[in-house]
Design a protein around this ligand. Structure first.
Ligand SMILES: [Cu+2]
Length: 291
């Protein structure tokens, strides 16, 4: 069941990266910046491929609260099935036998989702859900029915954001300065294809070229530094972000950043080559606080 298909290969990569040791306590809803803003809440509790969630939620602007109670870091995302695709067919296409993404995959809508979440952590994101059958994807594909007619982007107030970030082919735009601490980011896909914001912290300075070289390297040794220097997998940790987001869509995520070095990468695949966008250059770096 570990093989949803190649695009989820990143979760395998991150099982190298993420320490399995217990994390510092992460905030309950009371400390979250996005919780308490009055949005309808969708609570998801994931234990590996075992995902607990309601059968159905109402369309509209929604706070996703995602608890990873499993042993491994997870890299979840969500899609709304194309209108002409039957649910049974979609689930069959994404079953344990699936070796590659089905042809319809990039025709789905991606409303955004929480980012990579370490064991014991809870992640928060605010996204707009449109009525229709959805799937929550990680080690498994789990159905979530969104019902109703609410046009969320028109009726709901935006969360106030500490930073805005855009995603496009093949890169990111970040603010000139990013402060440390817990904060809300407004993330918009200004490109033509789906993209994601997968954030990693690095204990050593890092360039975009170095992070691409690291993920392109075939080394099994987590201490190996790729040609060109920079971090090894032992130097980096996932620190959240925002899951797959369709062109033109906006979502809000909550991040908690310590001063240091960071990279943003995208594992959405290119339909022509099947390559993750990262390998096509979709990586950027930033620092928080003084160098
Ligand atoms: Cu991308």
């Amino acid at each position: 069941m570990k093989r949803l298909f190649t695009i989820v290969a990143v979760s395998l990569l991150f099982s190298l990266v993420a320490p399995v040791a217990a994390q510092e306590a992460t905030p309950g809803a009371s400390e979250s910046l996005l919780a308490g803003l009055g949005y309808a809440e969708l609570l998801i509790r994931a234990d590996g491929a075992d995902v607990e969630l309601p059968d159905q939620v109402t369309a509209g602007r929604t706070l996703i609260v995602y608890e990873n109670v499993g042993q491994d870091s997870t890299h979840p995302f969500m899609l709304r099935l194309p209108d002409d695709l039957a649910v049974d067919e979609a689930l069959a296409d994404l079953g344990p036998e699936a070796m590659e993404p089905p042809a319809w995959f990039l025709d789905a809508e991606f409303p955004g989702f929480v980012g990579e979440t370490l064991p014991g952590q809870t992640s928060f994101a605010v996204v707009d859900l449109v009525a229709g059958p959805h799937l929550v994807l990680h080690d498994s594909a789990v159905l979530l029915d969104v019902v109703g007619t609410d046009d969320a982007s028109v009726t709901a107030e935006d969360p106030s954001a500490d930073a805005t970030v855009s995603l496009f082919e093949m890169g990111y735009e970040f603010p000139d300065t990013i402060d440390a601490g817990r904060q809300v980011w407004e993330v918009t896909n200004t490109g033509q294809e789906p993209h994601e914001l997968l954030l990693v912290s690095s204990t050593v300075p890092v360039t975009a070229e170095q992070i691409i070289a690291l993920f392109s390297s075939e080394s099994e040794d987590e201490n190996a530094t790729p040609v060109g220097g920079g971090p090894s997998f032992a130097n980096i940790d996932p620190v959240g972000g925002l899951g797959w987001l369709s062109a033109g869509a906006t979502g809000w995520t909550e991040v908690d950043l310590q001063p240091g070095h960071y990279a943003a990468i995208c594992f959405v695949f290119d339909p022509e080559t099947g390559m993750p966008h990262l390998m096509l250059g979709m990586a950027d770096v930033f620092t928080v606080g003084d160098d």
